[in-house]
Design a protein around this ligand. Structure first.
Ligand code: FAD
Length: 159
């Protein structure tokens, strides 16, 4: 049911896609928002295997959206070098499709939050625990299970 890329020559392999996800510090989570309007919201994340992990408030537009429709996509732009004389941009990007679940199990939620925090400020366990503890019950952790992953780069970047 997922589409093939039309310009196959520009398609990146899975390892390159995963590297782009691992190097990016944020991406855009796209969900089915209110009244059929798609809602793309920028978020920090960490990848653990085939799962993308986000944290967010327990209420709000994105939380309501994923509760109603778990299907989502997540887009990362890794490179966007505008080349004016070509009226073009040299780009690399990744799009993941999957389903989002709100993590209910407290141990799993804590482990995923630690992974998220560790990614952005490695080696500061005490600070991380102090950050999480007062917020733990008031936040959600979202686990986005990747079902389909594609990456694309502009022809100019092909070697
Ligand atoms: C690089 C980056 C990383 C971020 N990382 C995180 C993260 O890890 N966790 C997290 O919870 N939040 C993060 N944010 C903030 C995030 O984008 C949302 O603002 C936040 O999660 C609230 O989302 P919501 O749907 O609950 O907002 P709500 O306040 O419920 O949204 C209501 C409306 O406000 C507007 N809105 C909400 N967020 C934005 C926005 N970012 N820009 C413009 N309009 C907006 C939209 O019109 C939306 O329909 C990040 C933002 C950026 C730019």
């Amino acid at each position: 049911m997922f589409r093939e890329m039309r310009r196959k020559k520009q398609q990146l392999g899975e390892e390159e896609c995963l590297s782009i996800l691992d190097e990016a510090t944020s991406g855009v989570l796209s969900v089915l928002g209110d009244d059929g309007y798609p809602y793309g919201v920028p978020l920090s994340f960490v990848r653990i295997g085939a799962t993308l992990v986000f944290h967010c408030a327990a209420t709000g537009h994105k939380t309501d959206a994923v509760k109603a429709h778990p299907q989502a996509s997540f887009t990362v732009v890794a490179q966007d070098d505008v080349v004016p004389s070509e009226y073009n941009t040299h780009y690399r990007s990744v799009i993941a499709f999957g389903r989002v679940r709100i993590v209910e199990d407290r141990d799993e939620k804590m482990a995923l939050l630690r992974s998220l925090g560790e990614r952005y400020w490695p080696g500061h366990d005490d600070e991380l625990e102090a950050e999480i503890a007062p917020r733990f019950d008031h936040m959600h952790v979202l686990a986005f299970e990747i079902e389909h992953l594609t990456g694309k780069q502009s022809l100019a970047l092909m070697h």
